[in-house]
Structures are given as C-alpha cells and as structure tokens.
Design a protein around this ligand. Structure first.
Ligand SMILES: CC(C)(COP(=O)(O)OP(=O)(O)OC[C@H]1O[C@@H](n2cnc3c(N)ncnc32)[C@H](O)[C@@H]1OP(=O)(O)O)[C@@H](O)C(=O)NCCC(=O)NCCS
Length: 163
C-alpha cells in the first residue's frame, strides 16, 4: 500500500461516508448486517442522512490516486433526538471508519487528529462518540485523549476536550 493524504470532506463524499458508516456499524464481523439494512435503520442512517448539513464537518483520507479510503466526521444532534454518543447540545458526535484493506496503517489515528483540528477551527470545545468496549477503537480513542463519561452494558460514551 502507498501513502495517504487527508482532505476536508465535501458533499460529494456522502456515498463513501455511507460506506464508512456501514464499516463502523459492522465493526464486529460476526454480527455484520448488509449495507442496505444498516442504511435503512434510522438509528444509524441519521449519522449521514442529508450530508453535508450546516454544522457537519469531516475529513476524508485518500490514497495516492485520490481514491477515498477512510473518513471521520462530526454531526450535531438535538436533545430530543440524540445520537448514541450524545452528551450535550453543541457537542458534535463522531463517526470513524477506514476501508478494511487500509487498516492498521495509521489512517484512523490521522483522521481523528484531523477532525480534532477541524472541530477546533469551527469553535468546538468538545467532541463525543459512542464505542463498544470490545472494539479496539476504544483504545485508540483513549490514546487520543478521550475519556469515558457514561458506560452502558457494552458501550461507552467518550468525550475529548479540545485544548
Ligand atoms: C477503528 C478504525 C477506524 C481504526 O483505523 P485504523 O486505520 O485501522 O487505525 P490505526 O492504524 O490508526 O491504528 C490505531 C491504533 O489501533 C491499533 N490497531 C490497529 N489495528 C488493530 C487491530 N486489528 N487490533 C488491535 N489494535 C489495532 C494500532 O496498533 C494503533 O495503535 P498504535 O498507533 O499504538 O500502534 C478501523 O479499524 C475501522 O474502520 N474499524 C471498523 C469501524 C469502526 O470500528 N469504527 C469505530 C466505531 S466507534
């Protein structure tokens, strides 16, 4: 595999970001569901529906040919329809996914760092997310400064404070 670069996500990235949302939902391959079933599930599709809405921001990793290989983005949810990682009004929730053949090469971490820069530039002071504790992504988030603020049966809600 060659190198990669990271650029800001555009409205034209919606389809690819849908693919990455499916990767995130299917992180545990023993419980994987078909793309259409995931994107038909409003609890999941709300993370990408209507991309890019006002307030949305995202980063896309591309290979040396400009092909998208990973994405991370933030979206705001209202308190009456919170996402899984909702902590407060005005705190964006993150989604992160990398194409399977590109994993374990630093792309996920680079995307997390890029989205942090974007969030800071947009004036945000915190980012949140929900992750299952069994997903090694949990350790990635801890190593990037995310702290568990709420624990469910198998998932944690985590928050990063941006300095
Ligand atoms: C989670 C995910 C985004 C991480 O992206 P990635 O590009 O593979 O991650 P990185 O290469 O940046 O690695 C981050 C850390 O995780 C570790 N890691 C990578 N792959 C691993 C694996 N299969 N098992 C355990 N740890 C792993 C790396 O060692 C790295 O730590 P290090 O920098 O100390 O070495 C990616 O694996 C993915 O898309 N998974 C499915 C979707 C998902 O789970 N999204 C998150 C939902 S909350």
């Amino acid at each position: 595999m060659g190198g990669f670069e990271i650029r800001n996500a555009t409205p034209a990235d919606a389809r690819f970001m849908g693919d990455m949302l499916v990767e995130a939902a299917n992180w545990n391959v023993t419980r994987a569901r078909p793309r259409v079933a995931i994107l038909d599930d409003p609890n999941v599709s709300r993370y990408i529906a209507g991309w890019r809405r006002p307030g949305d921001f995202g980063s896309v990793a591309i290979d040396s040919h400009g092909i998208p290989i990973g994405a991370c983005w933030g979206r705001l949810f209202p308190p009456n329809a919170p996402g899984y990682g909702f902590v407060a009004v005005g705190v964006p929730e993150l989604t992160l996914g990398v194409n399977p053949q590109w994993r374990a090469q630093g792309i996920g971490r680079a995307l997390l760092k890029a989205i942090t820069r974007q969030a800071r530039a947009a004036g945000h002071s915190r980012l949140s997310l929900s992750v299952e504790r069994a997903n090694f992504a949990h350790r990635l988030y801890v190593s990037e400064g995310y702290i568990t603020v709420e624990s469910g049966e198998s998932s944690d809600t985590m928050v990063a404070t941006l300095r």
